[in-house]
Write a protein that binds this ligand. Structure first.
Ligand code: SF4
Ligand code: SF4
Ligand code: SF4
Length: 351
């Protein structure tokens, strides 16, 4: 069907909303509570637009398209309303962008920039926000929360861990974990889905604080090295320090739809660990010494041959790893079956 955005004709897909059509065609409409994964919410009201023939402004995230609809996303009336909404969101928290971890990657900041809001007009809060640093990997700074509800939706309906909800009422409204206990003592599994979908700097990666903002880091797409699911991830790298700063799931990956588990998202400190093994070790007289690969492989081959000769092939078993490729696992089981001569071969994922 054909519809009109700001006077120009566009082809809409069946079931598409005004916001989806606009975003697909590179037309920005501020939106804070909507995310493709958590769906339409129509809570924040930042995405209002004007539709010819319909009185009042409409939220574009839940407005279905109809043949011939004429929509304005940037009239003065629309921009004034959007400005008021974003101004109130900024006014209801402590938004110090200069020192905020999320600066440069914040959807509220983007909306304020688009609408030309320099600073919040009001101060609608008392300065007594709770910071929850009880978890291993995630920091929750409620002074930045705009009550959009994305994290609640994400935890309950995307990853279905059912930990986050809203507590209290009115100005005291806040996100709570398991009723209202510290995140670190709740049933949260630290998957980080809420963190990834939070549009502002409220739920953030605790270990990445102060380690570089979005625009300073290189983004490298890869596949998680932990298990056979093969989740796609974006690794954010500080090239100067040669260090991984944080990891996000890739939203358009059919394998994981942007989700990661605690291992994939936070388990990367081994990469830069001083304790990482960099050469084979051989144990002699109760302690390990460095060895070359040639020496280590020759020793293993000799010991395997001795065991096989004395006790038979079934005295040996091979356990492969989920952290290597399918091809390496294939070669490994071939080696155990054909060269060692036993079917005692398994994989760590089943243990
Ligand atoms: S959450 Fe966004 S708007 Fe608020 S201080 Fe951080 S960058 Fe600025
Ligand atoms: S980290 Fe995962 S389990 Fe924990 S609150 Fe966030 S979405 Fe829920
Ligand atoms: S913590 Fe983030 S995602 Fe959750 S309600 Fe607040 S702003 Fe929205």
């Amino acid at each position: 069907m054909q519809v009109y955005l700001n006077g120009k004709a566009y082809e809409a897909k069946p079931g598409e909303t005004v916001l989806q059509l606009a975003l697909r065609n590179g037309i920005y409409i501020p939106h804070l509570c909507f995310h493709e994964k958590t769906g339409q919410a129509a809570k924040c009201r930042a995405c209002v637009v004007e539709v010819e023939g319909i009185p009042g402004l409409k939220t574009s995230c839940n407005l279905p398209l109809k043949e011939g609809l004429k929509i304005s996303t940037n009239s003065e009336r629309v921009l004034d309303a959007q400005r008021m909404v974003v101004d109130l969101a900024l006014s209801s928290g402590r938004h110090d962008c200069l020192s905020c971890e999320q600066s440069g990657n914040c959807e509220l900041q983007d909306a304020a920039y688009y609408l030309g809001i320099e600073r919040p007009t009001y101060q609608l809060y008392e300065d007594n926000f709770e910071v929850d640093d009880s978890s291993e990997f995630i920091l929750v700074d409620r002074s930045k929360c705009i009550s959009c509800g994305r994290c609640v939706e994400a935890c309950n309906h995307t990853v279905v861990n059912e930990v986050i909800g809203f507590g209290e009422r009115g100005f005291a409204t806040k996100i709570v974990f398991d009723g209202d206990i510290p995140m670190g003592t709740s049933t949260c599994v630290q998957c980080g889905e809420c963190m990834q979908l939070c549009p502002v700097g409220c739920i953030i990666d605790k270990r990445a604080v102060g380690s570089g903002r979005n625009w300073e880091l290189d983004k490298v797409e890869t596949v998680c090295p932990y298990c056979g699911v093969g989740c796609r991830m974006e690794v954010q790298v500080d090239r100067k320090q040669n260090k991984i700063t944080r990891i996000l799931g890739v939203d358009d990956s059919p394998t994981n739809n942007g989700m990661l588990c605690v291992k994939g998202r936070f388990g990367f400190d081994f990469v830069n660990s001083d304790e990482r093994l960099t050469s084979p070790l051989i144990k002699e007289n109760g302690s390990f010494r460095d060895a070359s690969w040639e020496e280590a492989i020759a020793l293993i081959a000799r010991k395997f041959t001795e065991i096989k000769k004395e006790f038979g092939s079934d005295a040996i078993a091979g356990l492969a790893s989920a952290k290597v490729t399918n091809e390496e696992n294939f070669a490994f089981q071939k080696f155990i079956r054909k060269e060692v001569g036993t079917n005692n071969v398994d994989h760590c994922a089943r243990l």
